[in-house]
Design a protein around this ligand. Structure first.
Ligand SMILES: Nc1nc2c(ncn2[C@@H]2O[C@H](COP(=O)(O)OP(=O)(O)OP(=O)(O)O)[C@@H](O)[C@H]2O)c(=O)[nH]1
Ligand SMILES: [Mg+2]
Length: 372
């Protein structure tokens, strides 16, 4: 999964990047103009993998990963610079839009005052404007080509007209259902408003919990309004970036002291999974304990394909036990893993033999039986 952290200048993007990736990239109250994005791959924390790994003591433990990229800020009305940023998000699955809600005299605000809700709306119209410009330019180019006798692609033209209509109604493309074919025909166009968006409201560390809730609820009520592919969370990037530098033990103590349920990093990942409709399944064994990410609604064969196309091709049956049932069984056995654990699971009717079409659930532990 690829997440692109973008947003207006000085909203705390690099601070959040540091918090998520445990990096120490310098942040400053001045606006960054260096255009090179910074990327880092991070493990997705998963307590189920932790548990299974202590149990199986495998040679290798593998978490799923996400790639996080930090960009320079978007500037209101500066389409040339913004295009530069947006051209870089083409491979990303979602945008993490960091919105400033913290007050700090020393930190320049590009719009001169702190107003998170205004910035969410402005960011949206900036994305829509950029996309509209993209469509218009493309249409002009096609028409010029046609005048010179070049034959255009009617499917591309149809999708451009469709997008133009939506965007000129000031609607983002992310709320529209496109067919596979349409998506194919728009692949070369670098749309921004089509990307699912996680809105991160970057609050003051002193902002009390009820006020944070109220912000999230307002965004849900007045901006998201049940529309697809949008999520909102609040956090204090500054505190979280400090937390990310602590040792795991210190971190636990600090979180408890601050009354923070779980670090922002986990909140961002959890919301991104929800936003993108992703779930994880697990594989276990002496060699490796591993978590895999798939789209919710994927079947056993598609899940097998994540591991290897040969396994998907030769798949006969999937042996499935839910993580909860697995853990319950181990606890009933006094916390030990017997070598015949598969038989034990079978005898307790907790191991299921599922066909290729079985819809995989979050936390399923799967053994794929396949013809070689
Ligand atoms: N008080 C407070 N300050 C913050 C918070 N998050 C970021 N800052 C400060 O705001 C300034 C800008 O933070 P950055 O993380 O560099 O912001 P950015 O969005 O990456 O900025 P550009 O890359 O220049 O667009 C820094 O001085 C940070 O210390 C926060 O939650 N609270
Ligand atoms: Mg920055």
């Amino acid at each position: 999964m690829e997440l692109s952290i973008i947003g207006f200048a000085n909203s705390g993007k690099t601070t959040l990047f540091n918090a998520i990736t445990g990096s120490t990239i310098e942040v400053s109250p001045n606006i960054t103009t260096d255009t090179k994005p910074v990327s880092k791959l991070v493990n997705v924390p998963d307590s189920r993998v932790d548990y299974l790994s202590t149990l199986f003591k495998p040679l290798k433990t593998t978490y799923t990963t996400i790639r996080c990229t930090d960009f320079i800020g978007i500037t209101k009305g500066d389409t040339k610079k913004n295009r530069m940023v947006l051209n870089l998000i083409k491979d990303s699955d979602a945008i993490v839009n960091v919105v400033r809600a913290f007050e700090s005299e020393g930190v320049i605000h590009p719009l001169e005052s702190v107003d998170y809700f205004r910035d969410i709306l402005l960011f949206e119209s900036e994305m829509i404007l950029m996309d509209l410009e993209l469509v218009e330019n493309r249409i002009v180019r096609i028409e010029e080509g046609e005048k010179k006798g070049k034959k255009g692609n009617p499917e591309e033209r149809a999708i451009l007209d469709k997008c133009y209509k939506i965007l000129s109604q000031e609607r983002p493309l992310r709320e529209i259902e496109f067919s596979e074919e349409e998506l194919m025909n728009m692949r070369h166009l670098q749309f921004a408003s089509i990307k699912p968006q996680l809105i991160v409201i970057n609050v003051d560390e002193s902002t009390p919990e009820p006020e944070r809730r109220e912000m999230e609820e307002r965004v849900e009520r007045e901006f998201i309004k049940g529309r697809k592919n949008l999520e909102v969370i609040t956090l204090s990037a500054k505190v979280e970036s400090e937390i990310s530098l602590l040792s795991p033990e210190e971190r636990r103590l600090f979180l408890r002291e601050m009354g923070i349920e779980r670090p922002a990093f986990e909140k961002v990942i959890e919301s991104s999974y929800k936003l993108l409709g992703l779930i994880s399944f697990l594989t276990v064994g002496e060699d490796e304990v591993r978590a895999w990410t798939i789209k919710r609604g994927s079947n056993a064969q598609q899940a097998a394909g994540q591991i290897h196309s040969e396994i998907a091709k030769g798949l006969i049956r999937a042996e499935v036990v839910s993580y909860d049932d697995f853990k319950k069984t181990i606890e009933e056995l006094g916390g030990r893993l017997p070598s015949n654990y598969m038989e034990v699971l079978k005898s307790k009717n907790r191991l299921r033999l599922e066909p290729k079409e079985y819809i995989v659930k979050n936390g399923d532990i799967i053994n794929f039986r396949h013809a070689k």
